[in-house]
Design a binder for this molecule. Sequence first.
Ligand code: ADP
Length: 264
Amino acid sequence: RDGKAEREITFAQPGSLTRVYAVASGKGGVGKSSVTVNLAAAMAADGLKVGVVDADIYGHSVPRMLGTDAVPTQVEDMIMPPTAHDVKVISIGMFTPGNAPVVWRGPMLHRALQQFLADVFWGDLDVLLLDLPPGTGDIAISVAQLMPNAEILVVTTPQQAAAEVAERAGAIAVQTHQKIVGVVENMSGLPCPHCGEMVDVFGTGGGKKVAEGLTRTTGAEVPVLGGIPIDVTLRAGSDEGKPVVLTDPDSPAGSALRDIAAQL
Ligand code: ADP
């Protein structure tokens, strides 16, 4: 919007009816994007109007997980977000040719996020999910500034080391005065395909540890919303752009994710 005043972010206006969830994690690779995409698809399948902002600018992966390679169109000076599995989605990956890396400093990240929120034609949404980058960097601060009403959903694995980092990522809410809606524990054990017994690949207790820690630091009750087992169908669905909540809703991961979506 060269030379024009910045457009308002409607989701941040008082009285906005859109629930905004920023999905955060401490470390990368814990399944934050997989959780975001599946929650979005589950809510859309339940009839809600859902949008996803891929705010993981350097590590964008949401379009692939939703199975879209669509390029957004422009109508007047608004960007039209592509739709995949009834979810409206925008990602920097849609604007970078090939698999070109994004090599930006902080202020550029802020601008991109601002545009994704204000200059994309989202229409009326019931829910907007933001897939944050891991950690407490520029984007997490920008989200807090641009959308103080965004509630934080923390994703961790059961592993104690991962939980410590996730707790720090969630604790940013104290400084930004944001609400933490809850903790999701992902990769909570692998059901043995032969005998069904759980193999605790990453240990146990990470989700509970993060929730208790954040309850202490924020002074508000932070619940564990659920645990998602390690599940080949979830991984395969992410790779194929078909969220497991749609292709195999009654699989262990699919049902756990639908149960979490129902609580949001
Ligand atoms: P993050 O966004 O935290 O970096 P991703 O969502 O990209 O993590 O997940 C990292 C990898 O782990 C992906 O290949 C994804 O398909 C896989 N994955 C995530 N959660 C599970 C799970 N519960 N079971 C099996 N694979 C998973």
